[in-house]
Design a protein around this ligand. Structure first.
Ligand SMILES: NC(=O)c1ccc[n+]([C@@H]2O[C@H](COP(=O)([O-])OP(=O)(O)OC[C@H]3O[C@@H](n4cnc5c(N)ncnc54)[C@H](O)[C@@H]3O)[C@@H](O)[C@H]2O)c1
Length: 253
């Protein structure tokens, strides 16, 4: 199949965490660009873009069901966007062990299971893509986020491995690593960090959360979605096995 034929075909995409924040913005953008999107979430948004599907990605069955549903509805799968996530803020000595396991299940094991179950379909696509929405916290740490930081570092290792294995079968894999994006996850963290540091929410945003960003502005979900659309599209074909920061200068220190 020529690359023109591949790019002119309607793409079938599975997006996780599609009911909120970055996942909702990516789903909206891909649908606007003409893709068929299975919009997977714990509580999918029936009024959101894409085709809603409920699955708990903390379980093996949930990840398998999501891939099987995409294949049943679309007859194929060209891309997976592993985006679902949550945060838990706590000093390590007090970090709840159940929260650690839940973070690893959603942020690291779910991307692995999605890749595993979708692998034959992504290979059949002829131009299969796997995009993890990781984080700057896949590359550097912050205090009180042991589970999140560890899982995000792990998913970058997964993406590199997928890229090496995928090269032989036409699958590319990469990660986006945003700084702070204006979503409910961040709004919740402002409150949690205020409690952990014992300071006001305003000071948390200015002095703690955006402290490492050279540009003291939250990133908008639509900007992450535009980057995802670029990397999933024909122009993204040179990128595989990499973690791309979009971090307002965080890592320039
Ligand atoms: N907001 C940020 O500043 C930021 C920065 C870097 C990376 N990220 C990453 O981007 C991704 C999306 O974050 P967001 O800010 O849009 O968060 P969000 O809370 O707005 O949305 C996350 C979605 O994931 C879903 N989800 C969580 N656990 C699930 C499960 N077990 N099964 C199915 N769905 C589940 C939630 O229901 C929610 O709809 C996450 O992986 C997050 O770590 C966010």
């Amino acid at each position: 199949m020529t690359s023109d034929m591949i790019s002119s075909r309607t793409r079938a995409v599975l997006v996780t965490g599609a009911a909120s924040g970055i996942g909702a913005a990516i789903t909206e953008r891909l649908v606007a660009d003409g893709a068929q999107v299975l919009a997977v979430d714990l509580s999918p948004d029936p009024d959101g873009a894409g085709q809603p599907f409920a699955a708990d990605l903390a379980t093996r069955e949930g990840n398998r069901a999501a891939v099987e549903e995409a294949l049943a509805r679309f007859g194929r799968l060209d891309a997976v966007v592993a985006n679902a996530g949550f945060q838990h803020v706590s000093p390590v000595f007090d970090f709840e062990e159940d929260r650690w396991e839940a973070l690893l299940a959603v942020l690291l094991t779910s991307p692995f299971l999605l890749a595993k179950y979708a692998w034959p379909a992504l290979a059949d696509s002829g131009d299969g893509r796997f995009l993890a929405v990781a984080s700057v916290h896949g590359l550097v740490a912050s205090p009180f986020k042991a589970g999140y930081v560890s899982a995000k570092h792990g998913v970058l290792g997964l993406v590199k491995t997928l890229a090496l294995e995928g090269a032989a079968v036409g699958i590319r894999a990469m990660a986006l690593c945003p700084g702070y994006v204006r979503t409910p996850l961040v709004e919740q963290q402002i409150a949690d960090q205020a409690a952990a540091h014992g300071i006001s929410p305003e000071r948390v945003l200015r002095e703690v959360m955006l402290d490492r960003q050279a540009v003291k502005e939250l990133i908008e979900p639509a900007d992450v979605a535009a980057a995802a659309a670029f990397f999933l599209g024909p122009a993204g074909a040179a990128f595989t096995g990499v973690a791309i920061p979009m971090d307002q200068g965080w890592l320039a220190h």
